[in-house]
Design a protein around this ligand. Structure first.
Ligand code: COA
Length: 432
């Protein structure tokens, strides 16, 4: 299949920035996702030196919603002090949320619906919504409708002490009840992924990220945050990266999700993270007219899904072949591959499926995509070492992918992300 175009206009990504990604409960522990979104969007606009009046749309997401600001895209634009005429739309696609924001923006631009768009995502795992039990919620509602004190008190008299226990959100599938970690364990076992292989993937993630920080790779697009409201702390680096980790240290960690027979540990999982990331996108013509140098272009993309009850995080193995077909490309054409690291077991499973003739057959394809050259994969670290603020990860990955092409003077990159629900996203980007 040859290249299918997105629309009549070529879509440029002009700039990408992000906050440092930090472990939940550390630097950004007192901030909300809205705070982080406002900060990243403000920085993006300043650094790209675009007149805010040129921006016509903002597509932004958050996976675990802030219940008081559910239209996060709109709130981010208003809180950042940008013109209120900017049209906004909140997107959610679990861990591929800001990939969704970017591909929605790409379609809007390619088809002439928009000219200049901000796309991205924000997440605070330090500030998740804590729910009440349903019994307490019903009692509160009934009480709020009551006309006198006696009636207001009555609904609470039926509650038991356990109804007062708060309910935190679970990182679990609604349809199966399985956590992401359980699913990673299942994939490790079913695909024969060893503990050692997982720890090696994690080690590479940390060492690559640490080297990239040392070499200044992140300096141009990860900005320092003077943390409000007191501005007495500065977040100036990703604080999950461990330069000094080793296979030996990783191998000592106890499995977390299946304590007895498991292989998924805190060391080979992506951690709970706070952060935000955003990109500025526009038509190629508009970028040229504004004398902005594009970082790269969106060539094609695809979304696909697997049964969440089977191997939940195998989405990239299904989405990538579709994206490659639409882009008219083969795996060997790519200079780089950026794959979101939810868990090392998921990375190993996806790479295995990419290369598997059986998996290709299952998808009804004549041949597998092929082996991913590890020398082209996540060369500046991935979500295990850098962290994974769910809605921000896609925009982090896209910016990092394009910055890597620029650094290495290369042209094409395949970006893939697995997401809850068995979803997978794949995005083909090019520099020239
Ligand atoms: C796996 C998980 C439960 C671990 O949480 P945690 O226990 O708070 O993790 P910590 O960072 O405290 O690490 C636990 C221990 O491992 C150690 N450790 C973690 N990473 C390490 C590494 N790379 N090298 C050496 N030691 C490491 C820590 O130092 C800590 O040791 P300590 O107990 O002696 O202090 C949590 O990160 C999680 O839920 N991750 C999955 C998130 C998820 O589902 N994401 C969705 C993906 S799509």
């Amino acid at each position: 299949m040859g290249l299918q175009k997105l629309g009549n206009r070529r879509v440029a990504i002009v700039k990408g920035v992000r906050t440092p990604f930090v472990k939940a409960g550390t630097f950004f522990g007192e901030l909300t996702a809205l705070d982080l979104g406002r900060i990243v969007v403000g920085e993006l606009v300043q650094r790209s030196e675009i007149d805010p009046d040129e921006i016509d749309s903002c597509l932004f997401g958050q996976v675990i919603p802030t219940l008081t600001a559910t239209s996060i895209a709109r709130e981010v634009v208003i809180a950042a002090g940008l013109p209120r005429k900017i049209e906004c739309h909140t997107v959610v696609r679990a861990c591929a949320t800001s990939i969704q924001a970017i591909t929605d923006a790409a379609l809007h631009i390619a088809t002439g619906q928009s000219e200049v768009v901000i796309a991205g995502g924000t997440e605070s795992m330090s500030d998740p919504p804590i729910y009440t039990s349903r019994s307490l919620a019903h009692a509160l509602l009934a009480s709020s409708r009551a006309k006198n004190i006696r009636e207001k008190i009555k609904p609470f008299q039926k509650l038991s002490p356990k109804d007062l226990i708060p309910v935190p959100p679970a990182i679990a599938e609604y349809s199966t009840g399985q956590t992401m970690g359980d699913s990673a364990e299942k994939m490790a076992k079913e695909n024969g992924i060893t503990r050692r292989e997982q720890d090696q993937i994690s080690l590479a993630s940390h060492h690559n990220a640490a080297r990239a920080w040392k070499e200044g790779f992140f300096n141009g697009h990860v900005f320092h945050v003077n943390v409000p409201p007191r501005f007495d702390k500065v977040a100036d680096h990703d604080n999950i990266v461990r330069e000094d980790t080793s296979l030996d240290a990783l191998s000592q960690l106890k499995p977390v999700f299946d304590r007895k027979y498991g292989s998924v540990t805190a060391g080979n999982s992506s951690p709970l993270t706070d952060g935000a990331a955003a990109v500025l996108m526009m038509s190629e013509e508009r970028a040229r007219a504004l004398k902005l140098e594009p970082l790269g272009f969106v060539r094609q993309f695809a979304y696909a899904a697997v049964d969440p009850a089977e191997q939940l995080l195998q989405g990239p193995a299904v989405a990538a072949p579709l994206a490659l077909d639409r882009a008219g490309m083969k795996l060997g054409d790519f200079d780089r591959v950026e794959m979101h690291e939810a868990f090392a077991a998921q990375i190993a499973s996806n790479l295995q499926a990419f290369a598997s003739a059986d998996y290709a057959k299952k998808l009804g394809r004549a041949a597998p995509l092929g082996e991913v050259d590890r020398g082209k994969l996540n060369l500046n670290g991935g979500s295990i070492a850098l962290g994974h603020p769910f809605a921000a990860t896609g925009a982090r990955l896209v910016t990092q992918a394009l910055e890597e092409l620029k650094r290495a003077k290369k042209n094409t990159v395949l970006c893939t992300v697995c997401a809850a629900g068995g979803l997978g996203a794949a995005l083909v980007l090019e520099r020239n």
